[in-house]
Design a protein around this ligand. Structure first.
Ligand code: HDC
Length: 279
């Protein structure tokens, strides 16, 4: 729980965000503000509440806290207004959900409800999970609560995927993506990356999330919510493969780094709009 967070954005921020997720100059609906179908990619809802205060909020809660040892663990986003406005003024309200002791690591879950600053209308709702290596052992709860689609295991069925999309990220992907508001040096500064235990700067979890969400969106259309677990790191320049399995209104998906064969995103799903929700 903490102070409210203001976020104002224009079509320029929308274009920058779309470029950060690999949009090309030929994707006019993503990069040209006068295109009749100009739109923001639906994962935009995750960048509206980052005021850079994460470190200050977590430090008092966790033993041995170091921002360098923090990784994005999971993300759940609900889109509560369609179509998503391409400019606006929003306010987000943070609320602590869970602090879990995983032994060596701590897992911290925070919710953010984001509304239109002038009308109060709900726009987005997020639950953000961070995984802080070296900050466990404080004796908190060890298992998280079941929060429906926000925590679902989303195991892919044992059959070939119904659809898959492969996209190579740019070596400059993190350098562009960070301009949408996540200035964590882990993604740009080699020295910080080494201090965090990596050979080189890694791609933002939310950039990989946005690219995977784009793959699902371009295949199956708009969704009301999306949940992912960050299962492994991605280095800018690597190739991402998103595999999708559809069952009614639910699309389970996973994203693999093609060069290594390792999962970047697992336990992931969206619930589509325009189809009746599965009971
Ligand atoms: O899964 C490992 C990993 O490396 N994942 C990838 C992490 C990653 O690359 N994230 C994205 C980049 S970092 C980033 O973007 C930072 C960003 O700039 C700032 C944060 C966001 C700010 C937003 C703005 C507001 C790892 C290291 C996470 C876990 O691996 P292991 O240590 O091997 O853990 P494991 O033994 O498999 O499991 C231990 C317990 O932890 C749970 N767990 C595992 N992966 C998790 C996770 N919990 C949450 N999220 C994950 N990703 C396991 O379930 C297990 O718990 P239990 O024993 O109770 O089952």
């Amino acid at each position: 729980t903490g102070k409210s967070i203001k976020f104002t954005y224009t079509k320029k921020d929308v274009i920058l965000y779309n470029l950060g997720l690999g949009a090309k100059r030929t994707d006019l609906s993503l990069v040209f503000e006068d295109s009749p179908s100009f739109e923001v990619l639906p994962s935009f809802g995750v960048i509206t509440y980052n005021d850079g205060s994460l470190s200050q909020r977590l430090a008092p809660l966790l033993p041995n806290f170091s921002y360098k040892r923090l990784l994005h663990g999971e993300q759940y986003l609900e889109i509560r207004k369609f179509p998503i406005p391409v400019s606006g003024a929003l306010v987000s309200y943070p609320a602590g959900i869970e602090l879990i002791d995983k032994g060596k690591a701590a897992v911290v879950v925070t919710a953010f409800r984001t509304v239109d600053a002038s009308t109060g209308e709900d726009i987005f709702y997020n639950e953000q999970t961070v995984f802080v290596r070296g900050s466990g052992g404080f004796g908190g709860a060890s298992k998280g609560r079941d929060r429906g689609p926000a925590t679902a295991a989303n195991q892919p069925p044992p059959r070939a995927p119904d659809a898959s999309i492969i996209e190579k990220t740019s070596e400059d992907q993190a350098a562009i993506y960070r301009l949408s508001g996540d200035y964590n040096p882990l993604h740009i500064d080699p020295e910080t990356a080494r201090a965090g235990g990596f050979d080189r700067p890694i791609l933002h979890g939310l950039c990989v999330f946005g690219i995977a969400a784009k793959h699902v969106y371009s295949t199956y259309g708009p969704f009301r919510n999306i949940k992912v677990r960050f299962a492994g790191i991605t280095i800018p320049g690597q190739t991402l493969k998103t595999e999708m399995w559809k069952a009614g209104a639910t699309v389970i998906f996973q994203t693999t780094v093609v060069e290594t064969g390792k999962l970047a995103i697992a336990a992931a799903a969206v619930e589509l709009i325009g189809e009746p929700a599965r009971l």
